[in-house]
Ligand binder design. Structure first.
Ligand SMILES: NC(=O)C1=CN([C@@H]2O[C@H](COP(=O)(O)OP(=O)(O)OC[C@H]3O[C@@H](n4cnc5c(N)ncnc54)[C@H](OP(=O)(O)O)[C@@H]3O)[C@@H](O)[C@H]2O)C=CC1
Ligand SMILES: CC(=O)N[C@@H](CCC(=O)OP(=O)(O)O)C(=O)O
Length: 312
């Protein structure tokens, strides 16, 4: 029998993208709740309990409600795309390339928390350097990022695309998260293995999809005063070659006139760059990804496929 997959929140931005990614798959039985019952707890409970894997594409509160609706006797496996469970030790963190053994952990897990889009870029850059002993855990990490506006879901898409919306946004680019208490900070700190709370400054640009995440570093404040080549080698060692996460050769990155946040749209890939001048004492580490690809829907499908490896 084909594994039954239910997407709770299938009409939202992340849910629709997952449906599109699964559209051509004949190895799955993708079940769908009638649209008029999508918020009916009894109907959701039936679909959730009837699935082999439920993918939650909901706001945090509705994700928690879905997990509660499953109750104690269900065996449905869950992938949650919200922020609700990302630092919960009972859930596997769904970043397969995070560290050795993480893909197997996801494959075996009942509960998988899909990473946030910004944290995917930042943790992807930070974690290998911490594990290599190069980045001290108490380093004052700053993360500066720009996202396409689909990162804000249906509400922000309407704000950016409909000039007549009562809360329309007209800015071509804007900063937010100004109180430095964005909901991604605990996730950045926990999975970045940082003892000091990082500063996270996100922004949104007038493009629908795509993302750039930057982590600037002063090399003299890192362990062993590493070169740019040392940083690049540590990242390359962590991710290998030809995987979902690609570490761009230093010279190739430095030959670029600019970095385009939309470059990897509609893929599940992420590119990591080390920028700076050798001997200059500074580096800017940069990640490019699709906020709806490796940052959300692509990663959810990747995690689902890992979990299906261990399906009964
Ligand atoms: N967009 C992105 O780039 C990313 C999003 N995420 C996370 O994914 C999750 C979904 O986000 P996104 O798709 O952008 O958001 P959207 O607002 O686009 O979609 C959310 C969907 O959830 C539905 N919904 C809300 N409450 C309930 C409920 N009680 N029961 C059933 N359905 C409900 C909404 O229905 P309706 O519209 O009818 O109210 C909507 O279809 C969020 O937790 C978000 O933080 C994670 C990474 C990246
Ligand atoms: C542009 C924008 O608003 N982005 C969202 C994050 C999108 C994302 O990563 O979703 P999670 O919060 O589930 O991780 C925000 O900053 O809240």
């Amino acid at each position: 029998m084909k594994p039954k997959i239910f997407i709770d929140g299938e009409h939202g931005t992340t849910g629709l993208q997952i449906r599109a990614r699964l559209a051509g798959r004949d190895d799955l039985d993708l079940v769908s709740i009638p649209v008029e019952r999508r918020k009916d707890p009894a109907a959701r409970a039936d679909f959730l309990k009837g699935a082999d894997i439920a993918i939650l594409c909901l706001p945090d509160a509705a994700s928690r409600e879905a997990v509660a609706l499953l109750g104690n006797d269900s065996t449905t496996r869950v992938i949650d795309t919200s922020t609700a469970y990302r630092v919960d030790p009972g859930w596997a963190y769904g970043f397969a390339e995070l560290t050795e053994g993480q893909a197997d952990k996801i494959a075996q897990a009942r509960f998988v928390a899909n990473p946030g889009c910004y944290p995917t870029g930042a943790i992807g850059l930070i974690r290998p350097l911490v594990e290599a002993g190069i980045l001290p855990t108490d380093y004052p990490v700053t993360v500066n990022a720009v996202s396409g506006y689909s990162g804000g879901g249906k509400q922000m898409i309407a704000q950016m695309e409909d000039p007549h919306a009562p809360d329309a946004i007209t800015a071509p680019h804007f900063l937010y998260g100004l109180a430095l208490s964005h909901k991604h900070v605990p996730e950045l700190q926990t999975h970045g293995k940082l003892s000091r709370k990082p500063i996270f400054s996100p922004s949104v640009g007038r493009f629908a999809q795509g993302m750039l995440v930057q982590v600037p570093l002063f090399l003299g404040d890192l362990n062993g005063n590493p070169s740019l080549a040392d940083l690049h080698a540590a990242l390359s060692k962590s991710y290998g070659h030809a995987g979902v996460v690609e570490v761009v050769p230093y010279a190739d990155g430095m030959a670029l006139p600019r970095v385009d946040p939309t470059e990897l749209n509609d893929t599940n890939r992420m590119k990591l760059f080390v920028f700076g001048t050798e001997g200059g004492g500074q580096a800017n580490l940069v990640a490019v990804l699709d906020n709806l690809g490796k940052g959300a829907s692509g990663a959810a499908v990747q995690n689902m496929d890992l979990m299906l490896r261990t399906a009964a």
